[in-house]
Design a protein around this ligand. Structure first.
Ligand code: SAM
Length: 335
C-alpha cells in the first residue's frame, strides 16, 4: 500500500499549546447509567454504521502521530463493551509514534479481561469509582456492580498494572462523606486516588449546586495527613498531584472548574461518531468520518486536525456567572 505523505507540521494552536494527546471514544454505549453522566436513556445511541470502525480509528491515529500526537487514551461510553476491543488495543499499542496508550473504564468488565488488556500492552488504567459503598454505587450507577468493580481493581493491582488511577466525581450530598475513606486508600495501595470536579454539561440529574470544588475537597482530606505536592512529569494530565507522607499511592485533584487548566490543555478528542473535538467543554467539532468514507487522502485528514485546532477556545467559562451551555453528553465525547 502506498503511504501518502502528510506535511511535517505539528499541532500547535493559536495559544501556542502543543497538542500531543488524543482521547478516543470507541463507543457511546455503556453498561452503567451514572446519574451525573447519562441519567435517562432517552438519548438515542449511535447505530453500528455510525461509529468509526477500528480500521478507521487506527488510520486517524497513524496520521495524528505524524502531526505530533504521542499519547492516546481509549474511553467511551464504556470501551470494554465494544466487540473486538482487545485486538484493537493491541493494534493501537503497536502504532509507531505512540509512547503512551492507556484505558479509562468503569471496571465492570475488568476482572475477567485483565489478561487480554495486559497482553495488548496496556499497563495504565483509570477506573471510575465514585463510592466505596455498594448501596450507594447502585444508586449512582443504576447497577449492583460494586463488588465486581472492586475485585477487578484488586486483581489489576495484583497483576502489576501501574498506575491504577481511581477517578471519583465529587458530588455534594452524594459521596462527600466518603472523601476521607477514599483518600485513605492511598495508604493501603499504590493507587492514584483522583477527585474530579463535577462538570455540569449535557443532561444530568445534578445541577451546579452539586459542585464541590477541589480546594474544599483538599481541606477535608487534610484531616488525615500532610499533603505533599508531587512533581509532575511530561505527559502528565491536568491533575494536581499530592501524596500523604508515608503513603504508597497518591491523591490528585482535577480542578476542571475552580482552576481550569485550559492554558496547558494538550488534548483533542475523537468521538465515537468520528468527530474531532478540540475542547471537552465547547460543542464545536469537525467531521472526520464523512471524509474518511469518501476515500480522502491522508493530507485531507490532516487538514481537519489543523481546522479543529483553530477552534480550540483559549478557555472555558463553565465556572463563570454566565456559563456557555454545553449540550453534548459526556457519554458521546468520552470525558
Ligand atoms: N465508561 C468509562 C468510565 O466510566 O470511566 C469511560 C467514559 S466516562 C464518560 C469517563 C469519565 O468521565 C468517568 O471518570 C466519569 O466519571 C467522568 N464523567 C462523566 N460525566 C461527568 C461530569 N458531568 N463531570 C465530571 N466527570 C464526568
Amino acid at each position: 500500500m502506498e503511504i501518502q505523505t502528510v506535511k511535517d507540521a505539528k499541532l500547535i494552536d493559536n495559544c501556542n499549546r502543543h497538542l500531543n494527546y488524543l482521547r478516543i471514544s470507541i463507543t457511546d454505549r455503556c453498561n452503567l447509567q451514572c446519574r451525573y453522566c447519562v441519567p435517562h436513556d432517552l438519548i438515542p445511541k449511535l447505530s453500528h454504521g455510525e461509529i468509526l470502525t477500528y480500521e478507521e480509528i487506527l488510520r486517524v491515529v497513524r496520521i495524528a502521530t505524524r502531526l505530533g500526537i504521542s499519547k492516546v487514551r481509549v474511553t467511551g461510553g464504556e470501551p470494554l463493551v465494544r466487540k473486538g476491543v482487545y485486538d484493537f488495543l493491541k493494534a493501537l499499542v503497536a502504532t509507531e509514534g505512540l509512547k503512551d496508550v492507556s484505558l479509562t473504564t468503569n471496571g465492570v468488565l475488568l476482572k475477567d479481561n485483565l489478561l487480554k488488556i495486559q497482553s495488548a500492552g496496556i499497563a495504565r488504567i483509570n477506573v471510575s469509582l465514585d463510592t466505596l459503598n455498594r448501596k450507594k454505587y447502585r444508586e449512582i450507577t443504576g447497577y449492583d456492580d460494586f463488588d465486581r468493580v472492586w475485585q477487578g481493581i484488586e486483581k489489576a493491582h495484583d497483576m502489576g498494572f501501574y498506575p491504577i488511577k481511581l477517578n471519583i466525581v465529587a458530588l455534594k450530598g452524594v459521596n462527600d462523606d466518603e472523601f476521607v475513606e477514599m483518600a485513605q486508600l492511598s495508604f493501603r495501595y499504590p493507587f492514584h486516588v483522583r477527585f474530579i470536579e463535577y462538570m455540569p454539561i449535557g443532561q444530568s440529574d445534578f445541577s451546579a449546586g452539586s459542585l464541590l470544588l477541589a480546594p474544599e475537597i483538599k481541606d477535608r482530606i487534610r484531616a488525615i495527613g500532610n499533603l505533599v505536592p508531587v512533581q509532575g512529569v511530561q505527559h502528565d494530565g491536568p491533575a494536581q498531584r499530592y501524596k500523604f507522607e508515608d503513603a504508597k499511592g497518591e491523591v490528585g485533584f482535577i480542578p476542571a472548574l475552580s482552576q481550569h487548566f485550559c492554558n496547558k490543555c494538550n488534548r483533542l478528542r475523537l468521538t465515537a461518531s468520528g468527530h474531532l473535538r478540540p475542547c471537552l467543554l465547547a460543542d464545536h467539532q469537525e467531521d472526520l468520518k464523512d471524509l474518511l468514507r469518501k476515500g480522502c487522502s491522508d493530507q485531507e485528514l490532516a487538514n481537519i486536525f489543523f481546522m479543529a485546532i483553530r477552534h480550540k477556545p483559549s478557555d472555558h467559562n463553565l465556572a463563570s456567572q454566565n456559563p456557555t451551555r454545553v449540550c453534548s453528553q459526556m457519554r458521546a465525547i468520552g470525558g
